[in-house]
Design a protein around this ligand. Structure first.
Ligand code: PLP
Length: 428
C-alpha cells in the first residue's frame, strides 16, 4: 500500500487501523465474515477500470474479452455450486438482487408477503420504509409467540387470505432451518411466485448444512459476503424461463456498468466454495454457533428457540439488567462485536432492543472451534454482567486481545506491507 500511503495518508491510516481492528477483536456480527486474500486481490484489481454494460458476448463497449472470461466463470461456478438453471452475478448488493426480482416478477399494483422485520425479516421483504413496502402492497408473517418458530399452517392461512403475487422466504435473524418445500406448497396453493432470500445462509446451503431452496423457488437471491465468505455483493439464481427477464431487469432495468472487479472476486469465492474443505468449514460454523449458544444457556441466558440450526442466534436479555444497545456497546468496549437486535414480540423499540444477534461465521473462518466458543460465551457473560465495571472491562479486553493473537485473520499471508510493518498501534 505504498502508493496509497503517499497519495492519501488519511485513507491509508484508516485502512491500517481497520486491519488492526479486524485482527485484534472478535467478530460475532452474524452478517460479517473474512474473505480470503485471493478474493481481496481480485477485488483490488485493474478490472475496476473496465466498463462492460451488457452481458458476456453482448456488451455495449469494446475491449471486453477478459471481463467476459471473468463473468462467464462466475456464472458457471455459481450454477455448479447451487445447481441453478440460470445465474446473474451483476447485482451490486443483496438489496439490488431482491429489487431485480421484484421488478421481474411484479408490477406496482401487486402484493408481496414476507417475514416481518421485527421477527427477523429483512428491509427488502416488504418493510414500509423500503421500496418493497412502498411500491407494492405488503403483508408480513412472523413467528409463533410461544415457540418463536415459523408456523407454516399460519403462513398458509395468511397467504390464503392476503393472496400475494410473490412470497418471500428467508431472514436476517432466524436461527432455525427454513422449510422451503413448505413455502413452495404455500406459493403453489395461492398461485404466487416464490423468492427465497438466502443471503445469510448461502454458505451453509453451498456447504450442504441447510436444506436447499433451489428446487422449490422461482428465484433465489443472495449476498456473497456473509456465510459464503465472498466479496460484498449480490447474485440471483432462477429457473431458465425467467432468465431473460431477470437479466433485463438487472441491466438495463436497474444498474449500469457491472463491477467487474467484484464479479472476479465473486468467481474466486465460488471456486473456493466448490473446493475441498468448504463443507467442513460450514459444518464447523453451525457447530460453533450451537456451542456458543449452549455456553450462554449454561451461564443463565435465554437463547431464542433454545439454540440454533445455522450460524446465528438471538440472545434475549429481558431477564438481565441490560438492553441490547448497552450490551452491544459494552461488548464493543472489550473487543467483541455483535449487533443489537429486536427479539420477536419485543417490548422495546429498534433503537434499544431486548436482544443481541450473535453469529459464528467470522470466528470459524479464523479457525476457532467449540472450545473457543465456550471461552467467548464466558467473556460475553462477564462483560455484560458488569457493564460499568472498568476492572472487569480491562481484564476481559486483555484476554480477548491475547486470544485473538492466536488466530491470525490472514495467516501466512503478506498483508499489504506497511500495514503490519509497524505492528499494532497502541493509540486507539
Ligand atoms: N437479504 C437479507 C436476508 C439480508 O440479511 C441482507 C443484509 O443484511 C440483505 C438481503 C441485503 O444485503 P445488502 O446489505 O448487500 O444490500
Amino acid at each position: 500500500m505504498d502508493s496509497l500511503k503517499q497519495v492519501d495518508r488519511e485513507i491509508w491510516q484508516a485502512i491500517k487501523e481497520e486491519v488492526e481492528r479486524q485482527q485484534c477483536h472478535l467478530e460475532l456480527i452474524a452478517s460479517e465474515n473474512y474473505c480470503t486474500p485471493a478474493v481481496l486481490e481480485a477485488q483490488g484489481s485493474v478490472l475496476t477500470n473496465k466498463y462492460a454494460e451488457g452481458y458476456p458476448n453482448k456488451r455495449y463497449y469494446s475491449g471486453c474479452d477478459n471481463v467476459d472470461v471473468v463473468e462467464r466463470l462466475a456464472i458457471e461456478r455459481a450454477k455448479k455450486l447451487f445447481g441453478a438453471e440460470h445465474v446473474n452475478v451483476q447485482p451490486h448488493s443483496g438489496s439490488q438482487a431482491n429489487m431485480a426480482v421484484y421488478f421481474a416478477a411484479l408490477t406496482p399494483e401487486h402484493r408481496v408477503l414476507g417475514m416481518d422485520i421485527t421477527h427477523g425479516g429483512h428491509l427488502t421483504h416488504g418493510f414500509s420504509k423500503n421500496f418493497s413496502g412502498q411500491i407494492y402492497e405488503a403483508a408480513t408473517y412472523g413467528v409463533d409467540r410461544d415457540t418463536k418458530l415459523l408456523d407454516y399452517e399460519v403462513i398458509m392461512e395468511k397467504a390464503r387470505s392476503f393472496q400475494p403475487d410473490l412470497i418471500i422466504a428467508g431472514a436476517s435473524a432466524y436461527s432455525r432451518a427454513i422449510d422451503f418445500s413448505k413455502f413452495g406448497e404455500i406459493a403453489e396453493e395461492v398461485g404466487a411466485l416464490l423468492m427465497v432470500d438466502m443471503a445469510h445462509i448461502a454458505g451453509l446451503i453451498a456447504g450442504k448444512q441447510h436444506p436447499d431452496p433451489v428446487p422449490y423457488a422461482d428465484f433465489v437471491t443472495s449476498t456473497n459476503h456473509k456465510t459464503l465468505g465472498g466479496p460484498r455483493g449480490g447474485f440471483i439464481l432462477c429457473k431458465a424461463k425467467y432468465a431473460a427477464k431477470i437479466d433485463q431487469k438487472v441491466f438495463p432495468g436497474m444498474q449500469g456498468g457491472p463491477l467487474m472487479h467484484i464479479i472476479a472476486a465473486k468467481a474466486v469465492s465460488f471456486k473456493e466454495a466448490l473446493s475441498d474443505g468448504f463443507c467442513e468449514r460450514q459444518r464447523q460454523t453451525v457447530a460453533n454457533a450451537r456451542a456458543m449458544a449452549q455456553g450462554l444457556i449454561n451461564r443463565g441466558y435465554d437463547v431464542i428457540t433454545g439454540g440454533t440450526d445455522n450460524h446465528l442466534f438471538l440472545l434475549d436479555l429481558t431477564n438481565k439488567d441490560i438492553n441490547g444497545r448497552d450490551a452491544q456497546e459494552c461488548l464493543a468496549g472489550v473487543g467483541i462485536y455483535v449487533n443489537k437486535n429486536l427479539i420477536p414480540f419485543d417490548e422495546r423499540g429498534a433503537f434499544d432492543t431486548s436482544g443481541i444477534r450473535i453469529g459464528s461465521a467470522a470466528a470459524t473462518t479464523r479457525g476457532m472451534k467449540e472450545q473457543e466458543m465456550d471461552c467467548i460465551a464466558g467473556w460475553i457473560d462477564r462483560a455484560i454482567s458488569s457493564p460499568w465495571d472498568e476492572e472487569v472491562k480491562k481484564a476481559v479486553q486483555k484476554e480477548v486481545t491475547d486470544f485473538c493473537a492466536a488466530f491470525p485473520v490472514y495467516q501466512n499471508v503478506t498483508m499489504p506491507g506497511p500495514l503490519l510493518e509497524e505492528g499494532p498501534s497502541t493509540e486507539k
